[in-house]
Design a binder for this molecule. Sequence first.
Ligand code: ADP
Ligand code: MG
Length: 615
Amino acid sequence: MADIIQLLPDHVANQIAAGEVVQRPASVVKELLENAIDAGATTIKLIIKDAGKTLIQVIDDGNGMSVTDARLSFERHTTSKIRTAEDLFSLHTKGFRGEALASIAAIAHVELKTKQEQDDIGIQIKIEGSEVVSQDVIATPKGTSVSVKNLFFNIPARRNFLKSNPVETRHIIDEFHRIALAHPNINFSMYHNGSDMFNLLVSNHRQRIINIFGGKTNEKLVPVDEDTEVLKISGFVGKPEFAKKTRGEQFFFVNSRFIKSAYLNHAINSAFDGLLREGTHASYFLYLEVDPKTIDINIHPTKTEIKFDDEHTLYALLRSSVKHSLGQFNIAPVLDFDRDSSMDTPYVFKNKVSSNPNIEVDRSFNPFGEEKASRGFSTSSKKESVANWESLYVGLESKSNVSSKDFTEVQFESDEVTSKMFDEENLEKTQKTFQLHNKYIVNTIKSGMLLINQHRAHQRVLYEDFLQHITVKEAVSQQLLFPLSLEFSNTEISILQSLKEQLEQTGFVFSKFENSVVEVSGVPVSVSESNVSLVLEQLINDVENEVPNSNFSQTDLLAKSLAKSLAIKTGQRLTIAEQENLVNRLFACKEASISPTNKSTFVTMSVEDLDKKFM
Ligand code: ADP
Ligand code: MG
């Protein structure tokens, strides 16, 4: 049989390598920024268009390349950063695999301009899908500019696989943050579709963090500093009370390289043990410096994973130094948190405050049978208050056991006592709903009964409302008396910006949309002034946590997020009118039976079902 093995042509090999190195526009951004840093740049500019799908350009003022190097840099396994295998163990640069430029050039239109300090003129090379299209001598400043256009132009499947622009932009911003945080000694700027998103001047670590995440970050940071023989740890952890629901602000840098490590993340979390509210994550910005000999960065093509020689020691050191800092800066000890939560008013009680007192008349009370009667009265009232006190903690449990007459009293305690005397019979006939445990609405129907989850039902109603407003007709908005000024970080602003149009359709009116401030002058009818900022924060949170690979549109995400934050909650008491209104609106929905997150909004129970229970 003839030999069948052959060497792959270069451009094919490059395309395959590209699959590993370049997953999305953000991967290109990372490689280009790293090359600029390795070239000793002091100022680096990132320009993107359409989330990097149309253009990614990085301009640096670094060392530049000679004509030969410029040509060679696009060949696979060409690097100026290591020469021998030993060099791998003393890496001080970001790159070393010599794959990035070759890979990128295999799947995009690339234009390189570069000039070294000592040269009078520079060179411009254009490459499309690994083929050199042109090479010219040009006038260009010292340094290098690489622009990458039409990413994945020759791999339609990859191009179609890219996410929406906001999601891809988000990934780019993440990479930009990681690199900018690791190198505060370099000026970074970023422009998207012609407007500037970040302009970060040379500063220290703390200032860089603040410049990226907003001025309000300053008060949240607790410094960490530990210098041992094995490693040096510096940076900051976020105070526990500012812990976020997202893992967004967790950054580990090893020798100025951002890395991911579940193991070290665990070390930090265990240092926060007992200090965080459930479901929240500590933020951290930690910089580790270790001897390059003791780590191996080579295990992952995109280089965000790393192997340490002695992980156990590292774990212990990290945990203790974070703990030490939290202690030293008087961060609330565990005890305070326990006390805080136990002092919270139970939810049910909060809602009880406004209800009218129940007047009970002791019919057996005989003012003339002095001693006995008065004693009887006082004990009964004492018992009553004890029972009430207990009910604060057991919610409605005690009430659900009481007789049906008491039950109507509970429902109508806000009604006037007089009306009750006359309407009792009538009401019994017309009242179709009642609320159970401030959580479910029970509704009688011909065949039996419906048990409706109030929170989910309302989510469905609001969700369809918002969807309709965003896609069909604009909602009315209520004008705020005084515009509300809200502060956000640049990233958060960019997320809001991407949803601005849809938000306006729902009824939001923005009178200002600036670098770090959004001014809201009108809100949807369902939003109250006091929860505007919560609603927007939740929205940002939801966009940031959007499940990768989900096919949902931004519009859908927005409608879901707003519905989730605005829907009446479990524990909220509803009047009869409110209950009925909710039930009617639910059944006017297109998909009444499921919540926007695909959970049942109600269950039915037929009379037969009930009968069976009594057999
Ligand atoms: P690596 O960074 O792993 O060496 P790359 O493919 O990213 O591989 O780059 C290949 C080579 O091209 C680098 O080793 C470097 O010599 C040169 N190079 C790339 N980008 C720049 C730049 N912005 N400035 C100067 N030289 C660069
Ligand atoms: Mg590189």
